[in-house]
Design a protein around this ligand. Structure first.
Ligand code: UD1
Ligand code: CA
Length: 485
């Protein structure tokens, strides 16, 4: 490798075909923005310096770029006068930052190619340097070259020029080898050539691709390396293309995890974001989305029909038909079906969050269980405790949120309401239907449901002629007959 590598990422264009108030390169795909994928690939090269050219919506795009690459230099291109103009502005911005790209290699990439991989850039830069070329083109051979710059070669196969669609002759339009847009330059050549690029062409733009002709005229070497995997250099210009690339990106991610030992029953309905991490022997069942920075440990089984965003799932855990966000599930724990884990849920080892249970900001201890139909918000539940079916942790008094603490090995009964702030001690219990408003000491049983009264004969007296009264009459007749024998 040469001593210095400068990468310039072009991202000033508006992307009008997205028909969006969100700038094209910020549209999400595979859990990152489009440009986020490009910056990840670029970052993997450990370049000497990176410059990103921003224009449209630079108030959003600029800071977003700096989140991925804090050391990147941002160059502002007020008007999009062409790729040649954009690169000139980038070189000026670098020089102004005392980071001039004055030797080594300068690599040009676009912000809208989300499938681009670092190793492809690395390979391309190495080929360029080995060829000692002034300019190298990452080309591609495609079925439908329309819209791309065509690679014009002579009879020996040497590259003569890149001709843009609008400037191409009928014969040149038949050429299927296209410019992907990714170019590599000798830094010294680029610094000098970029000043000589004009805008005398069909679009009246400064074409970066005109540097090829300039290099040839100076008798310098120009090379083009066709990339096998053209999808890596494809951009998404509208939402249909974004969805196509999204499906392809997902297919690649899912395939990679299967190769690494993850069982995926139905790749077509499984969506895994780029930053998700899975251990070997994880099983993913159909209809599952693993999003954001979700991490799943070995032998866990996720799905079917589960969405987990930024969650951490322990070894051997089982998560069925669940929606989870910023939740932690311990080793061997079980969740679902139909559970809703909201941020701050932490389920201990071998714990259980069961059917129709919603949890938020709740720490549920080792082996503790919330099996059925409950809301657990702002709570601490000790190890080995069992929460009865249909329990509501009433955390909100209409103004403020309060916490409930339930100790270790407590047994609370069905249909309870815990009115926070309240504490239920270790080994304590409650009766069915209890509304716990005061603390329950360790080992105590809290009961506050009134005495039951039975008004005998009520149905026949108050609901005469109904099926209810009829059933009651039949039951008492049967009981009398029983008593008589
Ligand atoms: C460009 C290439 C073409 C190539 C194609 C690949 C030129 C002249 N043409 O054409 O050979 O086949 O890409 O997709 O280079 N941009 C700026 N500032 C500008 C102009 C563009 O930042 O002033 C950015 C855009 O945001 C975009 C990229 O550069 O990310 C390419 O620009 P675009 O206008 O799409 O170039 P094409 O006409 O497609
Ligand atoms: Ca384009």
């Amino acid at each position: 490798m040469a001593d210095q590598l400068t990468v310039i990422v072009l991202a000033a264009g508006g992307g009008t075909r997205m028909k969006s108030k969100t700038m094209k390169v910020l549209h999400p795909i595979g859990g990152r923005s489009m440009i986020g994928h490009v910056l990840a690939a670029v970052g993997g090269l450990e370049p000497t310096r990176v410059c990103a050219v921003v224009g449209h919506q630079r108030e959003q795009v600029g800071p977003h770029i700096l989140e991925s690459l804090p050391d990147a230099v941002l160059a502002v291109q007020e008007e999009q006068l062409g790729t040649g103009h954009a690169v000139r502005i980038a070189l000026e911005a670098l020089a102004a930052e005392q980071a001039a790209a004055d030797n080594g290699t300068v690599l040009i990439a676009y912000g809208d190619t989300p499938l681009l991989e670092g190793r492809t850039l690395r390979w391309f830069a190495a080929e360029h340097e080995a060829a000692q070329a002034a300019v190298s083109i990452l080309s591609g051979v495609v079925e439908a070259p329309k819209g791309y710059g065509r690679i014009v070669r002579d009879d020996e196969g040497d590259v003569l020029a890149i001709v843009e669609e609008n400037d191409a002759s009928e014969v040149q339009r038949e050429i299927r080898e296209i410019n992907s847009g990714i170019l590599a330059f000798d830094a010294g050549f680029l610094a000098e050539a970029i000043l000589r690029v004009g805008n005398d062409n069909a679009k009246g733009e400064y074409y970066l691709t005109d540097t090829v002709q300039l290099a040839r005229d100076a008798g310098l070497t120009v090379t083009a390396f066709p990339v096998d995997d053209v999808a890596q250099t494809e951009g998404a210009n509208d939402r249909a293309q974004l969805a196509d690339l999204g499906r392809e990106l997902n297919r690649r991610i899912v395939t990679r995890w299967m190769r690494d030992g993850v069982t995926v029953m139905d790749p077509a309905t499984t969506w895994i974001d780029a930053d998700v991490v899975l251990a070997p022997d994880v099983t993913i069942l159909p209809g599952t989305q693993l999003l954001g920075t979700t991490v799943v440990a070995e032998d866990a089984v996720i799905g079917p029909d589960t969405t987990l965003e930024d969650c951490e799932i322990g070894a051997g855990a089982r998560v069925v038909r669940t929606h989870g966000q910023l939740a932690v599930v311990g080793d061997g724990a079980t969740v679902g079906p139909f559970s809703y884990l909201r941020p701050g849920t932490i389920l201990g080892e071998r714990g259980k969050i069961g059917a129709f249970v919603e949890t938020k900001n709740a720490r549920i201890g080792e082996g503790a269980k919330v099996p059925h139909l409950s809301y657990v918000g702002d709570a601490e539940i000790g190890e080995g405790t069992n929460i009865g079916a249909g329990t509501i942790f009433a955390n909100y008094d209409g103004v403020n949120k309060h916490r409930t603490t339930v100790g270790r090995h407590a047994r609370t009964a069905s249909n309870n309401t815990f009115v926070a702030p309240v504490t239920i001690g270790d080994g304590a219990g409650t009766g069915a239907g209890t509304v716990v408003r005061r603390d329950v000491p360790p080992g105590a049983l809290a009961v506050n449901v009134g005495q039951q009264r039975n008004l005998e004969g009520w149905a026949q007296e108050k609901r005469p002629g109904t099926a209810q009264a009829q059933a009651a009459a039949e039951a008492s007749a049967a009981a009398e007959e029983q008593a008589a024998t």
